[in-house]
Write a protein that binds this ligand. Structure first.
Ligand code: B1M
Length: 207
């Protein structure tokens, strides 16, 4: 019988082949897809998130675990669809206009996916209209923005203004090295988080 704790442990170790193998085995054993997702893959990613927050693991380990998660998800996806398991919600994620930094954003995206959210990644250098359009077309409940430059932080205010002007009903959250809670308060963002692990907790609390 499939051991979901062992699946979580393989993900924590970033062992992509083992994660793929064990996901296949769990499906073959008739374990519900939702349990494989929540007690195996998401549980493993949550541990990585906590360790990352506590500085016990570094970016590279998170990337390797996320790659293993992706491998497992590819195998699990058809079973999830068949079982009617929906993502918790859709999140639009992008780096704001004028800003090409995407390592942190991608990490946040991986943690979001690892937390059971569907991510619509609109990339870098994304103008306000692109965020608004993506939120409208995807039916997202959350719009998440990243900025790494002090010069591009004001773009976040523009995105929030554009969302309000278009009357799109989404919560907004921001992050990135120069961003602070007081800046979030100043521009009317619904939330701010300092790192990728907190970002997924914040996203879930906003939804
Ligand atoms: Co740039 N760069 N860069 N750069 N770069 C910084 C950010 C800088 C601090 C370096 C420095 O001067 N010390 C500085 C910004 C200064 C400032 O404005 N305060 C800077 C500069 C000036 C520039 C250029 C202007 C340089 C030039 O051309 N003169 C230029 C700008 C280009 C542009 O964007 N238009 C530029 C270019 C680049 C590269 C292209 C070479 C490359 C980016 C490659 C890429 O992303 N694909 C690059 C890099 C790599 C860096 C540093 C070295 C590393 C950034 C990084 O990836 N960190 C950076 C210096 C540094 O930070 N030490 C620097 C790792 C990443 C995991 O952390 O992105 O902070 P971070 O993400 C964290 C959190 O911030 C948070 O979670 C992540 C994980 O915990 N987070 C969120 C991020 N987004 C979030 C969103 C959330 C929540 C949390 O919710 C939605």
């Amino acid at each position: 019988m499939a051991d979901l704790q062992a699946l979580a442990d393989a993900l924590i170790k970033g062992d992509r082949n083992k994660v793929a193998e064990m996901t296949k085995q769990a499906i073959a054993d008739g374990v519900p897809a939702k349990d494989i997702l929540e007690k195996g893959l998401i549980a493993g990613m949550a541990v990585i998130g906590r360790r990352f927050k506590a500085n016990e693991v570094y970016v590279l380990e998170v990337l390797i675990a996320a790659r293993a998660m992706k491998g497992g998800m590819e195998i699990l996806q058809p079973a999830l669809v068949k079982a009617g398991v929906e993502p918790i919600a859709t999140v639009v994620l992008g780096t704001v206009k004028g800003d090409l930094h995407d390592i942190g954003k991608n990490l946040v995206g991986m943690m979001f996916t690892g937390g059971g959210l569907k991510v619509v990644d609109i990339g870098t250098d994304a103008p306000a209209e692109k965020f608004v359009e993506a939120c409208k077309t995807s039916g997202a409940k959350l719009c998440a923005m990243s900025a790494l430059l002090t010069t591009t932080m004001p773009q976040m205010r523009d995105v929030i203004k554009a969302i309000k002007a278009a009357n799109v009903q989404v919560k907004t959250m921001i992050g990135g090295a120069p961003v602070t809670q007081s800046f979030a308060d100043e521009i009317g963002a619904d939330g701010y988080s300092a790192d990728a692990a907190s970002a997924v907790d914040l996203a879930k609390s906003l939804l």
